[in-house]
Design a protein around this ligand. Structure first.
Ligand SMILES: [Zn+2]
Length: 585
């Protein structure tokens, strides 16, 4: 195989490489052959197979099958809410596609119990008085059904505190309740669909000098959630027929023009998929302009009658979640037990078809495996794809897989933390690693929509910078230019990153992900950008191939120590020489 060394003398590379050289010397002294290769000194110059770069590029750009995978998955199978029959179907279909393209060991892995299976069969909402009007609305996830078509007068409730509920006691039976303040509907003056310009990319490379302060965000959020749960229970106890909520906005006013955002924020609690915290009455989300019409009539004291039907189906209460896994086996006798992983999440919300969130990451991961199978690469390490599920409710599939294979961070058991649901509890540490964690080199994830790849978030792993800087040099003409030491969150690479395994999410062009498609009814096939998906598959396949072929596994950042966090953040003690004993005032 023709290997050619790529000479690289970039300022950016040198800036990263020089401090690393110093660190490497200290490592050499203690390096032993028994150490996993991620702990051994890393080469200053990456050996890149530029012929393979070009073969991957030609196969991925000239013969892309991403849009065919997309149509089969989104048009035929449809939305893939965790716990649903559709997602089970998608798990089985992706497994079979991996086998068909030549992968080995394609199978499903159970990450544990999730909750209720649910499907929306039909939803419609209309106003029958003072005028006839057909509205855009869909059921919130895990909404129960109405008792067929129901008719009632509409009531808007103004509740910002539990006490506010008192004034509605005995007044809501048989009513259709509008819950939620009417919001601004700004003009769409800025483009909904954008790419990152050079300035934005540069800003992303700048390290913030002030640590991000989340303040009491979590407490506020939990408070709002608790109030919502109480409101839901109150409305059900008062025998309201159903609840209509207004759709939130997207970036640049994208939550307009028929777009509704329909996720766990619509119902009466984050864990509405669990029987014990199920939505207590039917709830729908309605287009903001439709909501506005009814809202203005009610505010002006015009009686409004509405008619609606929510038809939904619940399957079991204890559905399990599964990840789709498949491999291209490694061929190097010494390295074939080591793996590089690639993936994205297969699950979605239910009002669209989950094309950009995260159908895009799914079909790109499928394309990566198809390209590498077609080129009949003989990777030294095993290449393993994982399509996660349960991501939207708390990254359950990836965390479950990582826990079963590689290790975990025990959650905090502090008394105030024990009261919280698991998905918001702080990590307690220390990190617990399993032996298999010594066999994984890295994981690559894509989950920011259909936009092409512009670079990589390094997740504070400084040792990766000079390596990726060399890898992206031959990809710059595809728009891959930017490395940032910053973290990004909110998706499945976090499960790996949390225990110190190199796990990366790519920087992508936003397109209309934040404005229009993320969790919306407009998350559909038409929102995909075929050229961008082909580019992403080429870039991701190249990263996966390089990881599978280099002599060492990817270097790791120092093992996280969440158990020391509180102690390290605490103010210095006994600082003031003039201070007297005791507490200050
Ligand atoms: Zn996603």
């Amino acid at each position: 195989m023709p290997h050619r060394t790529l000479p690289v003398a970039l300022a950016v590379l040198l800036a990263f490489a020089l401090p690393l050289a110093a660190a490497d010397k200290s490592k050499t002294a203690s390096a032993s052959v028994n150490q996993p290769s991620y702990d051994q000194p890393q080469p200053q110059v990456e050996t890149l197979d530029l012929n393979m770069y070009q073969r991957i590029r030609l196969e991925g750009l000239n013969h892309s099958h991403a849009m065919e995978y997309a149509s089969a998955l989104f048009d035929d199978i449809g939305p893939r809410l965790t716990g649903s029959q559709n997602l089970k179907h998608a798990n089985e279909w992706t497994r079979d596609q991996f086998t068909a393209m030549g992968c080995s060991n394609a199978h499903l892995e159970d990450w544990g119990e999730f909750g209720m299976g649910w499907q929306q069969l039909n939803t419609w909402v209309r106003m029958t008085s003072p005028d006839m009007a057909v509205f855009i609305a869909q059921a919130g996830p895990w909404s129960p059904a109405t008792n067929g078509a129901v008719t009632g007068s509409a009531v808007w409730i103004d509740v910002s505190d539990e006490k506010d509920l008192d004034k509605y006691k005995g007044k809501l039976a048989g009513k259709i309740v509008l819950y939620g303040a009417m919001r601004e509907v700004p003009p769409v003056e800025k483009p909904l669909w954008t790419r990152m310009d050079d300035k934005e990319l540069k800003e992303l490379t700048e390290w913030p000098l002030k640590p991000r302060d989340r303040g009491d965000f979590l407490q506020q959020y939990m408070k709002r959630l608790a109030l919502r749960q109480k409101i839901g229970k109150f409305l059900a106890d008062e025998h309201a027929l159903a609840v209509i909520t207004p759709s939130r906005d997207g970036q640049n006013g994208g939550g307009s023009g028929g777009t509704i955002f329909d996720d766990s924020s619509v119902g009466f609690g984050w864990e509405a998929y669990k029987r014990e915290s199920a939505n207590p009455l039917p709830v729908v989300v309605m287009a903001i302009e439709n909501y506005g019409r009814v809202y203005r009539l009610l505010k002006a004291n015009v009686p409004v009658t509405m008619e609606m039907s929510v038809d939904t189906k619940f399957t079991g209460d204890h559905e399990h979640g599964f990840d789709t896994i498949a491999e291209i086996p490694g061929t190097d006798p010494k390295l074939k037990d080591e793996v590089v992983m690639v993936g994205g999440h297969l699950d979605s919300w239910a009002s669209g078809t989950g094309a950009t969130d995260n159908g895009a990451g799914t079909v790109v991961a499928m394309e990566v495996m198809r390209i590498l199978n077609t080129l009949q690469v003989k990777p030294r390490r095993t290449i393993r794809v994982a399509l996660w599920t349960g991501e939207e409710e708390g990254e359950f599939g990836s965390y479950g897989y990582v826990r079963q294979h590689f290790g975990q961070v025990p959650l905090s058991t502090a008394p105030d933390q024990l009261k919280l649901p698991e998905w918001v509890r702080k990590p307690g540490g220390p990190v617990q690693l399993k032996p298999e964690s010594q066999k994984i080199s890295g994981y690559f994830n894509l989950d920011n929509g259909s936009g092409k790849i512009r670079g990589v978030y390094l997740q504070e792993n400084a040792a990766m910078a000079p390596i990726f800087a060399q890898w992206i040099e031959p990809l710059k003409d595809l728009g891959v230019t930017t490395l940032t030491l910053r973290n990004t969150g909110g998706t499945d690479h976090e499960a790996f990153d949390a225990i110190g395994i190199p796990g990366f999410q790519f920087i992508q062009d936003p397109l209309d992900y934040g404005s229009r498609t993320h969790h919306s009814n407009m998350d559909v096939y038409e929102e995909l950008s075929p050229g961008d998906l082909a580019q992403a598959a080429v870039v991701e396949a190249t990263f996966v191939y390089n990881t599978a072929m280099r002599d060492q596994m990817l270097p790791r950042k120092p093992l996280p120590h969440p158990e020391l966090e509180e102690q390290l953040k605490a103010p210095l003690r006994n600082l003031m020489p003039g201070a007297e004993a005791g507490e200050g005032h």
